[in-house]
Design a protein around this ligand. Sequence first.
Ligand SMILES: Cc1cc2nc3c(=O)[nH]c(=O)nc-3n(C[C@H](O)[C@H](O)[C@H](O)COP(=O)(O)O)c2cc1C
Ligand code: SF4
Ligand code: SF4
Length: 272
Amino acid sequence: MIFYFTGTGNSLWVAKVLGEALGEPLVSIADELRKEAEDLTYPVRPDEKILFVYPVHSWGPAVLVSRFISRLTLNGYAEQPVYSVSTCGDECGYTDRLIRKALGKRAIPLTAAYSVIMPNNYILLPGFNVDSKEVEERKLQEAPARVDGIVEAIRTHRQEALYHTGSMPGLKSRCVYPLFAHLAIGRNAFRATDACISCGLCERICPTGTIRMQDGKPVWANTCVQCVACIHRCPVRAIEYGKETLKKGRYHHPDHQNQTRNRNHRPSDPDR
Ligand SMILES: Cc1cc2nc3c(=O)[nH]c(=O)nc-3n(C[C@H](O)[C@H](O)[C@H](O)COP(=O)(O)O)c2cc1C
Ligand code: SF4
Ligand code: SF4
């Protein structure tokens, strides 16, 4: 079973490739959390491989992933292998350790952690922007080989060094990430400009239900987790974050065009 979360489609693409190669179905963490069930319990087969695929946010796991794991129960869990696969723009810091710790609290030991470098989607703070087209294309070209390497490592039970920590991981993951996790939920500075055509896509794709259309225009509540799906996917670039994103680029994974929300898939789904 592959539990995944995605904002702009990078992690969904990785999850789909892994799901196809390993024969495991995909379960959307955002969908599951939106069901507002008391407990998040999933049956697992004796031969099941359990994976978590998600973006790195501020050198730690995307907030919804930690939230999901904190309530997760695997029925029939008997030491089946558990893997973390994070996607990042450059470096993951100690995201692997944070996920290991979160899973440990649910008595689920992490077998191995991997990462895949994908195009960067973070644009909300000064100094951050999407990659140049050349870098974006290079990352998209290199990603399949990396994912193949992860599949091979999982199949052969090899402990490959397929995880990119980067520089000063302690400072970034132990100091900056907790600040981000605290601030990521709450007030945000998103707004729709006059260019908005009232298509409602932002409302449909928001994984937290933060966006509601009111009088034909989106309005943001205080439950945003900064996945940046809305700002990147608006078809007419009508979403800005304060004055910070006016001239910045936009990105979403090329395969993510028609996806309206994180959703569950089985390996044989026709639209995969
Ligand atoms: C809030 C936020 C924080 C991010 N922090 C990092 C980071 O610490 N390190 C990094 O390499 N990339 C970072 N990124 C980039 C994403 O991890 C990367 O683009 C990822 O592949 C996006 O996956 P998705 O398309 O599945 O949402 C960040 C993106 C966002 C939205
Ligand atoms: S996706 Fe863009 S155009 Fe569509 S409703 Fe949202 S802000 Fe308006
Ligand atoms: S409001 Fe935008 S950035 Fe925030 S959770 Fe929804 S889609 Fe993601």
